[in-house]
Design a protein around this ligand. Structure first.
Ligand code: PGA
Length: 257
């Protein structure tokens, strides 16, 4: 199968511009994992995108943004549009639970953002996940189904093929609390089943589905050793070059086996 696993680093607001440039240049120097088929993306904050994008040439690390506004242009104070980031990034995270919570992004708005990004040649990484309360109440499958249904009703086959989906249970993000790998697998299989029902099994197998939430170099193995996730979305550990690349190396290695 020509599917390459994907490892995405979400730097959130963790670093000053100076530190972001330093972290990136350290990461670039440490890149020794070219022998494994793994795609690596880091997503700095907006102010660092231009400089890091220039630094990233021939590094083997692609650059993404952490979000965009859903309008292409207009009077939207404080927002950043796809047109403003497209010369710097080839990826963009959308639907992250922190953005959903702060800005109220709905699943429909997130699909609108996905389409906008794809129109401008940027690959969206769509985050989905259930809250702690929903998890405790046993609603994980129904919440994920709703989120996926909205995405599948708006994206066509070609768009979906390009769009990785990251399953991030909200209660696992930044908490150190890890979901059981079987539970993650169950959600990944549900997403594939839904894609197969709407489209076909070939597409269902080819779409990359990631796991995200408290991933470290020490715990990543359990999520990538089975037939489930095609990579990971990493927050906290991604600003530490050695840790982040150790995660990427394990993902590439697991996939190459
Ligand atoms: P975390 O963040 O790895 O720090 O839990 C993951 C994310 O927010 O994507």
């Amino acid at each position: 199968m020509d599917k390459v696993p994907l490892v995405v680093g979400n730097w959130k607001m963790e670093l000053s511009h100076k530190s972001a440039v330093e972290v990136f240049s350290a990461m670039k120097k440490m890149m020794t994992i070219k022998e494994y088929p793994v795609e690596i993306v880091v997503c700095p904050s907006y102010p660092s995108l231009a400089v890091i994008a220039a630094e990233s040439k021939a590094s083997g690390i692609a650059i993404g943004a952490q979000n965009i506004y859903h309008e292409e242009r207009g009077a939207h104070t404080g927002k950043v549009s796809v047109v403003q980031i497209r010369e710097f990034v080839t990826w963009c995270i959308i639907g992250h639970s922190e953005v959903r919570a702060a800005e109220g992004d709905s699943d429909l708005l997130i699909t609108q953002k996905a389409k906008l990004l794809l129109q401008h040649g940027i690959t969206p990484i769509v985050c989905i996940g259930e809250s702690e309360a929903d998890h405790a109440a046993g609603n994980t499958i129904s919440i994920i189904s709703l989120q996926i249904d909205v995405l599948l009703s708006s994206l066509d086959r070609v768009s979906l093929l390009k769009t990785p989906i990251a399953y991030e249970p909200l209660w696992a993000i930044g908490t150190g609390v890890l979901p059981d790998s079987n539970e993650v697998c169950e959600v990944v299989l549900l997403i594939r089943k839904k894609i197969a029902e709407k489209f076909d099994t070939e597409l269902a197998e080819r779409v990359r589905i990631l796991y995200g939430g408290s991933v470290t170099a020490e715990n990543v193995q359990q999520y990538i050793s089975g037939p489930c996730a095609d990579g990971v979305l990493v927050g906290g550990a991604s600003v530490h070059p050695r840790d982040f690349l150790a995660i990427a190396e394990q993902v590439g290695h697991a996939y190459a086996r």
